[in-house]
Design a protein around this ligand. Structure first.
Ligand code: CA
Length: 224
């Protein structure tokens, strides 16, 4: 389990990193919101411990930006202000849980483990593009009434395309979000998955939704 700690107090950060490593987590640490957004764009963290009060962007803004990504990590918001308002703001912005500072390290560990056991989204959102829907909980897609079963990887690719409806996404973008570090950029694996997805999406004779944009990548959406 890989965790990113976002904490601008170096003493606290050092203590948390040492404790979490001792508890078996892989932990990286940054001290600003900007670094948090950069690091988490490169590495697919399972969870982020996010301080609310940061020197640049505040935790709420970082949280909001993380949630706009296709695969946001679980977010545990840490706030020094034990105010109901902060808690509500944190949860409304998409934090999965919050912890009040100063916190006991044993409690932080327990919260992180609980977060990992929780389903990715308590209420799984259904993504919809034209007559295509994708239940991100069951990982089953539908075109109209026709159910489409997907493999885990097909689901990951389709989810990313649907979250970027109407935009051209490159193979590199798809690989970042749907593959791990074992992705072989020289392979044609993405073309293979896109071709499979396209067959499944259109095999009922529906209007094509998954378009190849020559030299650029793919775009999901009705033909304009
Ligand atoms: Ca702080």
């Amino acid at each position: 389990m890989r965790v990113l700690l976002v904490e601008d107090d170096p003493t606290l950060a050092g203590a948390v990193v040492a404790y979490l490593r001792g508890a078996g987590f892989a932990v990286d640490s940054v001290s600003t919101g900007g670094e948090a957004l950069l690091e988490s764009a490169v590495i697919a963290y399972d969870a982020i411990v996010l301080d609310l009060g940061l020197p640049d962007l505040d935790g709420v803004e970082v949280c909001r930006q993380l949630r706009e990504r296709a695969h946001a990590p679980r977010i545990l918001m840490a706030t020094a202000r034990d105010a109901l308002k902060d808690r509500v703001t944190g949860l409304e912005t998409g934090a999965d849980d919050y912890i009040v500072k100063p916190y006991a390290l044993v409690e932080l560990t327990a919260r992180l483990r609980a977060l990992m056991r929780r389903p990715v989204d308590a209420i799984p959102p259904v993504l919809v593009v034209a007559d295509l829907s994708l239940d991100t909980g069951t990982q089953v897609a539908h075109r109209g009434e026709r159910a489409i079963r997907l493999t885990a990887k097909e689901f990951a690719v389709l989810e990313y395309l649907m979250r970027n409806e109407g935009r051209v996404v490159s193979r590199a973008q798809i690989s970042e979000h749907a593959w791990d570090e074992n992705y072989d950029a020289a392979s044609n694996v993405i073309e293979v998955y896109v071709a499979r997805l396209r067959r499944k999406l259109d095999e009922g004779g529906e209007a094509p939704l998954l378009h190849t944009v020559r030299g650029s990548g793919y775009r999901l959406g009705p033909q304009p």
